[in-house]
Design a protein around this ligand. Structure first.
Ligand code: TYD
Length: 207
């Protein structure tokens, strides 16, 4: 039996991490073996690269260097953790994946085709069976994220509202262009409501 690969995407503070954990519980309750992971990170090497990416000044890396670091982290994560788990028949839930690079690094002027070419080289172009894009009205997520992090933003959260609006627009373009893979899920309402919407958006993949 081959497993499934599902990524969760969205801007800052949409509740992805909470929902990834809740979704994992819901799938396990259906008897599935679930592996939860995240990016940047998810394997030993990729977690080391995460430290380089998340800490320091906003300007620490050029957009090109940053795109390469995300691609390198992902290559290690895919090879060491994601592919083996899928091949073992597990459901892999990944908190952020390639569409985050397309939205965030794309928002800093890196061409989508270049990002996908790097993904082809580093990770053999592995795409999720389904990508769940959590959406909130503009601005709502950034406030939630800052509150959660005690007013301290990381290198990406520290960028301005225009940057986050551009990220949201980029995610929306990907969802429009790749509707088979990417489903938008409204992140408003109770955690229970949102988890149910995520399950509904996976209905055709569930055994
Ligand atoms: P993280 O602390 O994991 O936060 P979040 O709760 O927002 O997922 O931070 C990951 C940050 O890295 C987030 O601001 C998005 C950014 N990022 C990219 O810019 N490109 C990428 O490819 C990925 C995976 C993340």
């Amino acid at each position: 039996m081959s497993g499934r690969f599902v990524s969760l995407e969205g801007g800052e503070g949409v509740g992805k991490s909470t929902q990834t954990a809740r979704l994992a519980e819901a799938l396990e309750a259906r008897g599935l073996h679930v592996v939860v992971t995240r990016e940047p990170g998810g394997s030993e090497g990729a977690e080391a690269i995460r430290g380089l990416l998340m800490q320091g000044e906003v300007t620490r890396w050029s957009p090109h260097a940053e795109a390469l670091l995300f691609a390198a982290a992902r290559a290690d994560h895919v090879e060491k953790r994601i592919r083996p788990a899928i091949e073992a028949g597990h459901w892999v839930l990944c908190d952020r994946y390639i569409d985050s690079t397309r939205a965030y690094q794309g928002g800093q002027g890196i061409d989508d085709a270049a990002i996908l070419a790097l993904h082809g080289f580093g990770s053999k172009g592995l795409l999720p069976d389904r990508t769940l894009l959590l959406t909130l009205p503009e601005g709502a997520g950034a406030d939630r994220a800052l509150e959660r992090d005690g007013g301290v933003a990381d290198r990406f959260g520290a960028r301005g509202p225009e940057f986050h609006a551009e990220v949201a627009a980029a995610f929306a373009r990907i969802a429009d262009a790749e509707g088979d893979r990417v489903r938008r899920v409204d992140a408003r309402g109770t955690p229970e409501d949102v988890t149910q919407r995520l399950i509904d958006a996976l209905a055709d993949l569930l055994p």
